[in-house]
Design a binder for this molecule. Structure first.
Ligand SMILES: Cc1cc2nc3c(=O)[nH]c(=O)nc-3n(C[C@H](O)[C@H](O)[C@H](O)COP(=O)(O)OP(=O)(O)OC[C@H]3O[C@@H](n4cnc5c(N)ncnc54)[C@H](O)[C@@H]3O)c2cc1C
Length: 467
């Protein structure tokens, strides 16, 4: 219990339940267990996670948000913020009994300033909201593979986009962040105001307050050369070896990934995926068509059964990776690796290749390097991602039993890749409870702890990856 909570306990009703009830009396946006709004609010995008916080809050306005943070603080309650619940499996590791889970879903405003190439985005917006608003101006955002990931959660965690190897992490393309302090006040952090806080927020996640608005830089990109190639999974060894050799010298203009995918025979899947196991290479290239074609030529030379690479509107990139279109129960995990040499290739094949017994839906190697390996001027707490590839695995887990078995399988595969693990974790795609300090250099970790102690001395704000 925090110091403030202890004092509050001495002078107000003793139990957490009473404090939560008091908050619900003071704030109409707050809902307690037993009400339909509570169940609506605790529903996470990752349906496998059955999160049961002390209360949920569904604020309609930023004023509602300030009001509830102020009163939660006075009552010694903790606050966590969730836009979608894509990372709910990480939050679920914490005791949430004295926590108000704030869902920002109602705050989805996006304002584009085409002259300055900036998007001002409210806390509940998902990437498709920004992509749709920016595209008519010929602008693109540093969004990730899924259309419905929250802009704030993704960006505070770093943000690995389709433009990452050319333009770096999304968190290092942030102009300013507005957030609510423990006192319930909105403050702004940017390159000139609260610079330590601005640094910490960009990679340090939701540990420092409730973000109400984020301003992000947009790129003048209307279209890209992008697509995917598919082979049957039994060609995995040959495709993986080619991918590994190719990726060692791929130009910064391409951001790409290679995945082994095993699909169940679900009727909603297209014919070319239903019930099949395949290798998929996909990517986005920021070059003219002929140059882009030359870049992907080594993969194309492997005669994929399908090749969709073509010039496409940048706005279509939110569907390229075929991420689930709606909330999905999943168990996953990811680590950065620092080489994809013969030994690592053999380990990956033996863990998830065609001869393995795995039933993981996804085993992915996302290409790192390029701008991700350089430190941009004015970088935040996460400067880039060290390593050559990000290995990410995931299973669909419709029941608790399948989820438990999948956790063991995810662990098994990541352990097989552990000898190749890069020094630091990338929290956005760690996707499970980890030692958070392992995502930062020791001086960065220490500085993050100092900023946390300065802005949130009572530990009121709980993030999924807690500092
Ligand atoms: C299908 C899928 C595809 C993905 N693709 C990518 C990708 O391409 N690149 C990538 O980098 N990551 C990717 N991710 C990971 C994703 O970026 C993280 O899970 C991210 O945390 C999700 O943010 P969210 O707001 O949607 O999730 P939530 O679970 O709602 O939030 C995650 C955390 O963000 C913080 N947070 C959210 N909103 C606020 C706020 N308003 N104020 C303060 N803190 C806040 C909190 O700490 C919260 O626990 C993917 C995840 C999935 C499931």
């Amino acid at each position: 219990m925090t110091q403030l909570a202890q004092i509050v306990d001495m002078i107000t009703p003793k139990t957490t339940a009473r404090r939560l009830a008091k908050l619900a009396q003071r704030c109409s946006a707050v809902h307690l267990p037993g009400s339909p709004a509570y169940d609506q609010g605790r529903f996470a995008w990752n349906v496998a996670v059955d999160q049961r916080p002390g209360a949920v809050a569904l604020p309609e306005t930023i004023e509602d948000l300030c009001h509830l943070v102020r009163h939660a603080g006075k009552l010694g309650l903790r606050v966590t913020t969730q836009t979608t619940g894509h990372a709910a499996s990480v939050l679920a590791q914490h005791d949430l009994s004295d926590v108000v889970l704030v869902r920002t879903t109602a705050l989805r405003g996006v304002h584009i300033d085409p002259a300055r190439r900036i998007a001002r985005v409210e806390a509940g917006a998902v990437w498709q909201d920004v992509v749709d608003a920016a595209a008519p101006h010929g602008l693109a955002a540093l969004h990730g593979s899924a259309h419905d990931v929250g802009v704030v959660g993704y960006t505070l965690g770093g943000g690995l986009s389709w433009y990452a190897r050319k333009h770096g992490l999304a968190s290092n393309n942030v102009v300013g962040i507005e957030l609510i302090t423990p006192e319930g006040e909105v403050v702004r952090a940017d390159a000139h105001h609260r610079t330590d806080l601005f640094w910490a927020l960009r990679g340090g996640g939701g540990n420092f307050g409730v973000v109400t608005t984020i301003e992000i830089s947009l790129l003048p990109i209307e279209d890209v050369y992008a697509g995917m190639m598919i082979w049957p999974l039994d060609r995995a060894p040959e495709v993986l070896r080619t991918y590994a050799a190719w990726s060692a010298s791929a130009p910064d203009e391409i951001t790409a990934s290679l995945r082994f995918l095993r699909f169940p025979p679900l009727p909603e899947l297209p014919d070319f995926l239903r019930g099949r196991s395949v290798v998929v290479f996909d990517g986005a290239v920021l070059l003219e068509d002929d140059e882009a074609e030359a870049v992907i030529a080594p993969l194309r030379a492997l005669a994929p059964e399908m090749n969709t690479f073509a010039r496409v509107p940048a706005a279509t990139l939110t569907t390229l990776h075929m991420d689930p279109p709606q909330p999905t129960p999943g168990v996953g995990g990811g680590i950065a690796i620092d080489r994809l040499d013969d030994e690592a290739i053999e380990a990956f094949l033996s863990a998830v290749g065609p001869q393995s017994s795995t039933d993981l839906l996804i085993a992915e190697l996302r290409l790192l390097g390029g701008a991700l390996s350089r430190v941009p001027q004015g970088a935040g707490a996460v400067e880039g991602i060290e390593g050559t590839h990000l290995a990410f695995v995931m299973a669909v887990a419709p029941t608790p039993e399948v989820a438990a078995a999948s956790e063991i399988e995810v662990e098994r595969v990541l352990e097989m890749l552990a000898p190749f693990e890069a020094r630091w974790l990338f929290l956005n795609l760690a996707d499970r409870p980890v030692d958070v300090s392992r995502a930062f250099t020791p001086p960065t970790w220490q500085r993050l702890r100092q900023v946390k102690a300065a802005v949130d001395p009572d530990g009121m704000f709980l993030a999924n990856h807690a500092i």
